[in-house]
Ligand binder design. Structure first.
Ligand code: COA
Length: 156
């Protein structure tokens, strides 16, 4: 019997735009459009990776950076592939690429998103702020988090 190949992590490239936008629509109530992802690909202050299985995009991470500050904008994994360490692998790919460039990473996450908050805490992020009514559809507070880079924990 042939063994199934593990999903691959690669740099976000133009051929992934359609799959990335489709995944974002599955995972978020206010997803970015293909046009936004296309612009981000051309942005030199942007870094992203995708996870593909058999050519299908099943995970993605997208960040922006200014000087030594990284901002994590999007991290998502298709429902059938969750709890297999893919988000951790995507974050590790960004860390590898930004090593020596960025010293801190910031993000914001919906207060009720316990899966993401637990993930970020396990990666070493700590809460550094709170914004009531920050998100819409549905309205919800944002928890702001920060991590000093170069202090990676399990899998990062
Ligand atoms: C959050 C999300 C990206 C996690 O992706 P994932 O590939 O399943 O995460 P991983 O398998 O790498 O999990 C790593 C760790 O995160 C934590 N975690 C992930 N999902 C969790 C859940 N549903 N409940 C509790 N902890 C969870 C665990 O600590 C997990 O480690 P463990 O499996 O060894 O216990 C995924 O659930 C998702 O795409 N959600 C919808 C989009 C989203 O909310 N993105 C974040 C917006 S800021």
């Amino acid at each position: 019997m042939t063994q199934r190949a593990e999903p691959q992590i690669t740099l976000f490239s133009p051929e992934n735009i359609h799959g990335v936008a489709a995944l974002a629509r599955q995972c978020f109530t206010t997803p970015w459009s293909e046009e936004i992802y296309r612009r981000e690909l051309e942005n030199p202050q942007s870094v992203g990776f995708v996870c593909t299985d058999g050519g299908n995009v099943i995970g993605m991470i997208h960040c922006n950076f200014v000087l030594d500050e990284l901002t994590l904008n999007t991290l998502c994994v298709a429902e059938n592939y969750r709890r297999q360490g893919i988000a951790r692998r995507l974050w590790a790919a960004v860390c590898g690429m930004m090593q020596g460039v960025c010293t801190v990473c910031y993000l914001e996450v919906r207060e009720s998103n316990l899966a993401a908050r637990t993930l970020y805490e396990s990666l070493g992020f700590r809460q550094n702020g709170y914004r009531p009514r920050y998100y819409s559809e549905p309205e919800e507070a944002a928890v702001l988090m920060e991590k000093r880079l170069g202090t990676e924990t399990k899998g990062a």
